[in-house]
Every structure is written in structure tokens, then in C-alpha cells.
Design a protein around this ligand. Structure first.
Ligand code: ZN
Length: 350
């Protein structure tokens, strides 16, 4: 008999390599699951006036994240006369400058990120952080509220979030066990802000010459916020929709159902308001990274955020269909499969 030698060692290393690759490229095996809503989302996306199809990307979050995100950090950038990007390549805080101070959308993960991106970003685009007055938190996940307590302490901002998400944040904060394994440095902790301003559906927030209209659109979280935000493009008034909860993976079936109703409502809201475009709280939902690149390389071209009402509505409808598609998948696949694949962990045995 042949002795096991270098060949089988080689074969073993190939096996190990391919196992590793399969792991890093893991995706659900959805081959046998009918996906009519994926087909519907694709059909809507095919009608878009651009190749980006960012709503459709929520049907393929793993692939889409890799395709849409950048390994480089985007520079803080003036997007409109009064709207600025001050985030990184993962989370998108925007700053709206008004005659009476700055409205900030989202606080990022912790004090460290505030000090690394938001504050220097504001200075870089010529805004004084001391003028921060209002902080609107799109929804109650740590990557959006984590820096809020720091911003409140430093600048005295009023922190706005929906009632259901204040509840969620408080519940989580209470349930949190102290970190014993490896202490997290103070400035890297996601600290729950104390309950401050509670947004109700249909509320407006006015600061100086700008008024934002807010809607509670549950799904991604119980109280994710969507908004209508006025901006100025070379002096011209434009209206943008803002989506604070586009992620539709790994929700409870109840939240998936709420998501469907919310995004159905958003179709109507965006169409009725005749929005000129939209922005969102992660760059993979609004294409911030390449739109910033376009703004910087072609400053005299039409603003890439102004995609028009029809394409904004298409985006919403694509996200809505992808959510329905994810419900179909979740109903067919056991929950641990979805979690194991998404977290890139080995599936449990047995
Ligand atoms: Zn979230």
C-alpha cells in the first residue's frame, strides 16, 4: 500500500483552503426556494435610470456590502449647499447646516468615532462643531446612537429618537452585562444616551430656517425614522427623503411584516412629496462613497444625489420586495442557518 505522503498533505491543504474560501464567500443555499419577490425587485431595478440598483442590493447583503463599501475612508464632503457627509465607509452621519446651528443625523458608534470622523469632518468642511444643536438618531442600534452621550455632554445637543427605539435602547442598556473578558476603553464604549426628545409620527423639527418632517417607519427596529429633509443645491430648493432603517435581514417575522407596511407607506410619502432624491444612514444604501467621488471629480455635473422621484420610488419598492423575499427565505431556512452564514460561523452539529 502506498504510504500517505506529500500528495495527501497537499490535498489536505487544498481542502483546508477551499473550506476557508467557502466560509468567507458563504451565502445561503436558496436554490430550491421560489423567490418571486426577488424577481419583482429585479424587474423594478431594471427600470432605474442608473446602474446602481441600491435597493436591489438589500436582497444580497453580503455581496452588496462588499461591492458598495470602500476600504478607504471617504473625506468629509459638502454634498449640497447646506448638507455635509461627516461619516466613514460604514456609517453615514450627515450634517445639515441651518441659520441657528447644525442638525446632525446619527452619532456613530462611540466617542472615539465622533472624535475621529464627525468633529474633524465638520471642521474640515468649515463648520464649527460648537454650533451642533440637534442630533437625530435614525434608529436604536449602537452604530447610530453610540456617540450620542458624548455629543450631549460636549455640546449640549438635543437628542431625538422615536419612543419605541428609546424603549429598546433603555431595555438593552439595562440587560447589558458588564464586560469582563477584555475591558473596552472608555471612548470605545457604546453608551446609551439618557432619554431626551421623543419623536412622534408626523412631527417636525425646526432649527433656524430649516424644518424636517419625521415619520416612524418600524421594521429595521420598532421605531426606525424616515424623514423629509429640505436642502439647497446651488441656491435651488430641493427635497430629499431620508431612510433610517433600510436593512431588512434577520428581523423577527413581526418586524418583517411591519417593514412591509412602512415601506409601502414610504412609496406614497415619497411620491406625494415629489422628492428629488434621498440619502440614508449607511453608504451601501445611498451610494454615498461613489457619489462623493463623483461630486469631487465632477463638481459641475448634476448632483448625483438628485436621482428624481421615480428612481427614489423604485429604490423604496426594491427594498420592499427584498424584505418580502427575505421573509420567504427565513420561513424556509432554519434560523441558525441564516445566523451561521451571516456571522461566518460553523453551523451547529446535529
Ligand atoms: Zn441598524
Amino acid at each position: 500500500m502506498k504510504q500517505p505522503g506529500t500528495i495527501s498533505m497537499f490535498a489536505a491543504s487544498i481542502l483546508a483552503l477551499s473550506a476557508g474560501m467557502a466560509n468567507s464567500q458563504a451565502t445561503f443555499d436558496t436554490g430550491n426556494i421560489p423567490q418571486p419577490h426577488l424577481a419583482a425587485a429585479r424587474a423594478i431595478a431594471a427600470g432605474e435610470n442608473s446602474w446602481r440598483q441600491l435597493g436591489l442590493a438589500t436582497c444580497y447583503p453580503d455581496d452588496a456590502d462588499a461591492a458598495q463599501l470602500s476600504t478607504e475612508q471617504p473625506p468629509a464632503t459638502k454634498i449640497f449647499d447646506n448638507l455635509y457627509y461627516v461619516g466613514n465607509n460604514n456609517v453615514s452621519p450627515y450634517a445639515l447646516d441651518t441659520s441657528a446651528g447644525i442638525i446632525l443625523f446619527d452619532a456613530m458608534d462611540n466617542a472615539k468615532e465622533v472624535d475621529e470622523f464627525i468633529i474633524p469632518g465638520l471642521r474640515k468642511v468649515g463648520l464649527d462643531p460648537a454650533r451642533l444643536k440637534v442630533l437625530i438618531i435614525s434608529h436604536g442600534h449602537g452604530d447610530h446612537f453610540g456617540g450620542a452621550r458624548y455629543l450631549k455632554g460636549k455640546y449640549g445637543v438635543k437628542v431625538y429618537m422615536s419612543g419605541p427605539d428609546w424603549d429598546m435602547v433603555e431595555k438593552q442598556a439595562k440587560a447589558q452585562k458588564p464586560v469582563t473578558q477584555r475591558p473596552i476603553p472608555a471612548n470605545e464604549q457604546r453608551l446609551a444616551p439618557a432619554r431626551d426628545m421623543v419623536v412622534k409620527d408626523g412631527d417636525t423639527i425646526t432649527l433656524g430656517d430649516e424644518t424636517i418632517k419625521l415619520f416612524i417607519t418600524p421594521g429595521h427596529t420598532p421605531g426606525a425614522l424616515s424623514m423629509l429633509v429640505p436642502v439647497k443645491d446651488h441656491g435651488q430648493k430641493r427635497l430629499l427623503a431620508y431612510f433610517g432603517g433600510a436593512g431588512n435581514q434577520n428581523l423577527t417575522l413581526d418586524l418583517h411584516a411591519q417593514f412591509d407596511r412602512s415601506w409601502g407607506r414610504l412609496v406614497q410619502l415619497a411620491a406625494d412629496a415629489k422628492v428629488d432624491g434621498y440619502f440614508s444612514n449607511h453608504p451601501n444604501y445611498d451610494g454615498a462613497i461613489f457619489k462623493i467621488e463623483m461630486l469631487r471629480s465632477h463638481p459641475h455635473n448634476p448632483n448625483p444625489y438628485l436621482i428624481g422621484t421615480a428612481d427614489t420610488v423604485r429604490f423604496i419598492k426594491e427594498v420592499k420586495e427584498c424584505n418580502l423575499n427575505n421573509i420567504d427565505i427565513q420561513r424556509k431556512l432554519p434560523d441558525w442557518t441564516i445566523r451561521a452564514v451571516r456571522d461566518h460561523q460553523p453551523a451547529p452539529k446535529g
